[in-house]
Design a protein around this ligand. Sequence first.
Ligand SMILES: NC(=O)c1nn(CC2CCNCC2)c2c1CCc1cnc(N=C3C=CCC=C3)nc1-2
Length: 312
Amino acid sequence: PPTRAPQPESQAPKTQLSQTPLSVRKKGVKDFEFGKTLGEGSYSTVVSARDRSTGREYAIKILDKKHIIKEKKVKYVNIEKNTLNKMNHPGIVRLYYTFQDHDSLYFVLDHAKNGELLAFIKKLGSFDLNCTQYYTAQILSSIEYMHSQGVIHRDLKPENILLDEKMHVKITDFGTAKIFESNADGEEDARANSFVGTAEYVSPELLKEKAACKSSDFWALGCIIYQLIAGRPPFKGTNEYMTFQKIVNLEYTFPEGFPPVAKDLVQKLLVLNPSERLGSGGNAGIEKLKVHPFFQEIKWDKIWEMPAPRLL
Ligand SMILES: NC(=O)c1nn(CC2CCNCC2)c2c1CCc1cnc(N=C3C=CCC=C3)nc1-2
């Protein structure tokens, strides 16, 4: 066939589309029935969508090309796409494929039907120890996988931890992830950069040295465990600056009745020096974290098959 400039889907001649069997034709907007908006960002909107030919439900992230260029976010969009393309794990939202038209890019992703973990914390007030252990194990299993693929999430928080139809964890929003290269001793080099996560979950090293490392995700995990049990994050000031002050000064207390085994784990994760945080130090570090008494009842090879406990 004559070579010609690639045309966005919507401009391809109709006859060509109708003659190409669906199995090889790249999908496009017309192949989906769009539903409710799941979330909105400065240059993207996430919408539920059903594939008209298979009936399967997805979440489609629609990114506005003009906005991406205007807000100089091309780098972040590429980081997100390249990161998601590396991921293949039950606890991480999967990117199936992408397509585009004249105005937008489309990322076809898993649809986590039960929404944000945060909504359940707010609805229930707090989780009991058994549910906290189960969800913490699924989150840690996902972090372990991410790190093994050279990815630091950098913005883990209950809003970005979604729940699918089986009430299993699906971590999302890799637009601010960091892809790191391990150096000689397997430790990632924490490079200074401008991104700072969400105030309540940001690590002290990110605040003080602007350098994230794998251990920064374990700090966020400590904040999330605390919040699952206490119903609120450990560091919360009247404004962002006050929150940051509490973090760098390790200013937090445990409420009455906080289970001792969970308190011990949180205290070993909320450590100011990232290299002294439980979980740091590569694979050996994560193994030390997974054998903490908090995870005593967890069968790590079964957590993705077993049914989620009822949230009480
Ligand atoms: N930024 C994203 O990539 C993204 N954003 N959302 C919705 C956000 C809503 C605010 N908190 C963070 C997520 C999604 C994705 C990935 C793909 C994805 C898959 N399923 C859902 N499901 C939801 C169901 C109910 C309420 C919210 C989200 N949402 C998303």
